[in-house]
Ligand binder design. Structure first.
Ligand SMILES: Cc1cc2nc3c(=O)[nH]c(=O)nc-3n(C[C@H](O)[C@H](O)[C@H](O)COP(=O)(O)OP(=O)(O)OC[C@H]3O[C@@H](n4cnc5c(N)ncnc54)[C@H](O)[C@@H]3O)c2cc1C
Length: 302
C-alpha cells in the first residue's frame, strides 16, 4: 500500500492488487512498535492504511490509483517492453513496471482434511478468528512464537487449547512459554505430529501421533489454528524473477530484481528484520525506483 501511494503521487498510473488487503499486519494482535501509535491492533492499523490508500483511489482527479481489493495474481510474465499480470478471476493487465510486495503466506501442513476444511474450522489467524471459538475446544499446531501467541489469545476465549508441537520443547519468548505452561486451559503435546483433520462440513476433530510412542489419538476440537510459519508468496512470479534458497525474491539495494522493470520489497525479499515499518520503507524505495525506471523510459516526467 505504501508503494502504491508513492507511485501514484509520483504521477504514475498505478494499479494496486491485493489478495487479502493488509496482509500479515492484520494477523497481529497488538502492535506497539509502529510510529505514531502507542498500541494498535493489526486490523485497526490495516484499516487505517487502507483508508489512506482509498483517499487516492476514490474519484481523486489528481492521482491515478486503482485498487483491486481481493484480486489474486496468478501469473506474471514478460512481454515485449511490458509485463502481463494475470488474475485468478480472468482479468489481466499490462504494466511497464511491477513492484512485488506479496509478502508471506502461512505454511500449510498438507494433510488430509486441511484443504476441505479451510475456513470451516481450519485457520491461520488467531487474531482474526479466535473470537469465533468462544467456549469451544481448539487445537493450535506449532511450537514457536506464533503458536504461543495464538495459544495465549485463545486461552482467554476458548474452553480448552490443545497445543501440538512436533518438537521436544516449546521455542520462543520465555515469558510467553511460561504463561502458556502456567495455564490450566492448555495441554501441550510434545513430539507429536498431526496426521489429519476431521469433519464433514466443519471441523470436529484432529488425529495426532506421538512420534516417540507411535500412539495415535483423536482430539475432539472445533477449531484448528495452524501456526507453523510462513513461506514467501512467489508462486505467480517464481519462473520470472530470481529467488534465494529461502524462496525470497533477490533484490539489490535499489530494490531491483534480476528483471529490469520488476522491483520487490518487504517480507517477500531477503530484507532482514521483517517488520511493518521496514516493509513500508522498502515499499517506498521500490516505488521511487520504479518511478526512476519509468522516467528513463520517458513515460513519465523525470
Ligand atoms: C502474528 C504476527 C505478528 C506480527 N507483529 C508485528 C508487530 O507487532 N510489529 C511489526 O512491525 N511487525 C509485525 N509482524 C511482521 C509484519 O506483519 C510483516 O513484516 C509485514 O506485514 C510485511 O509486510 P509485506 O507487505 O511485505 O507483506 P504481507 O504483510 O505478507 O502482505 C502481502 C500482501 O500481498 C498480498 N498477496 C500475496 N500474494 C498475492 C497475489 N498472488 N496476488 C495478490 N496479492 C497477493 C497479500 O494478500 C497481502 O495483502 C507480525 C507478523 C505476524 C505474522
Amino acid at each position: 500500500m505504501t508503494a502504491a501511494i508513492y507511485a501514484c503521487r509520483r504521477g504514475i498510473d498505478t494499479l494496486l492488487i491485493g489478495h487479502i488487503m493488509g496482509g500479515q499486519t492484520a494477523w497481529s494482535a497488538d502492535i506497539e512498535n509502529y510510529l505514531g501509535f502507542n498500541m494498535i491492533t493489526g486490523p485497526e492499523l490495516t484499516a487505517k492504511f487502507f483508508q489512506h490508500v482509498k483517499k487516492f483511489d476514490d474519484d481523486n482527479a489528481d492521482f491515478n490509483l486503482e485498487v483491486i481489493d481481493g484480486g489474486e495474481v496468478t501469473k506474471l510474465t514478460k512481454q515485449p517492453n511490458q509485463f502481463l499480470v494475470e488474475l485468478k478471476d480472468g482479468q489481466h493487465t499490462l504494466a511497464l513496471s511491477v513492484v512485488i510486495t506479496s509478502g508471506k503466506n502461512p505454511r500449510m501442513l498438507k494433510i488430509p482434511g486441511e484443504d476441505k476444511l479451510l475456513g470451516k474450522g481450519v485457520t491461520f489467524c488467531a487474531t482474526c478468528d479466535a473470537p469465533l471459538y468462544r467456549g469451544k475446544e481448539v487445537a493450535v499446531i506449532g511450537g514457536g512464537n506464533s503458536a504461543l501467541d495464538a495459544s495465549l489469545q485463545l486461552i482467554k476465549i476458548a474452553k480448552f487449547v490443545h497445543l501440538v508441537t512436533i518438537n521436544p520443547k516449546l521455542e520462543g519468548e520465555q515469558v510467553m512459554i511460561d504463561k502458556v505452561l502456567a495455564s490450566a486451559k492448555v495441554k501441550v503435546y510434545y513430539h507429536t505430529e498431526t496426521l489429519s483433520i476431521a469433519g464433514d462440513k466443519v471441523v470436529n476433530g484432529m488425529v495426532v501421533k506421538n512420534k516417540q510412542t507411535g500412539q495415535q489419538e483423536k482430539l475432539v476440537v472445533q477449531g484448528v489454528f495452524e501456526e507453523i510459519g510462513s513461506v514467501p508468496a512467489v508462486d505467480f512470479c517464481k519462473d520470472l524473477v530470481k529467488l534465494n534458497q529461502y524462496n525470497e525474491i533477490k533484490v539489490d539495494s535499489h530494490m531491483r530484481t534480476n528483471v529490469p522493470g520488476i522491483f520487490a520489497a518487504g517480507d517477500v525479499t531477503p530484507v532482514p528484520f521483517k517488520q511493518i515499518i521496514v516493509a513500508a520503507g522498502e515499499g517506498c524505495k521500490a516505488a521511487l525506483e520504479a518511478h526512476n525506471y519509468l522516467a528513463r523510459l520517458k513515460t513519465v516526467k523525470g
